[in-house]
Design a protein around this ligand. Sequence first.
Ligand SMILES: [Zn+2]
Length: 152
Amino acid sequence: MPIYDSKVSLSKLRTADSKRDDIWLLTRLDYLWSNFFSDVSQDNPIFIAFGRYSKYRLGSIKFDRSNKKSYITITAMFKDTSIPVEVVDHTIAHELCHYTHGFSSPKEQMHKFPHHGGVIQKELSDRNLKYLSIAYRSWIRKYRNLLKEERV
Ligand SMILES: [Zn+2]
């Protein structure tokens, strides 16, 4: 189970997801981990938070060797509720795959490179998360067109 503030009741927050803040991100991480990554042990404290607004870097996971904590950062752009939840979930699940594969986590590294030969796609589909990849692809197509329009 991901680390979370015990003062906050996750079940209560699940019903109030109209506001996207760091607590909301935590409920998404908890949902994905509990339902699709439950075989993956949490070996160190993991934090998730919105970072700055980034148009191109949607998410990242970093490992701090000094305190042995993992940090998932999600672009502040995803606070916009017009962006489908599946797109945010896809980004979080992508980072969870890295954690599972031993990148930015204390686990043993399973591949030479984090995106080696479609390992993320395979992991997502093996975990019944293909629906997130489909939602993401459909969104990113429209989003890229939007960015193109912005530049002209
Ligand atoms: Zn990645």
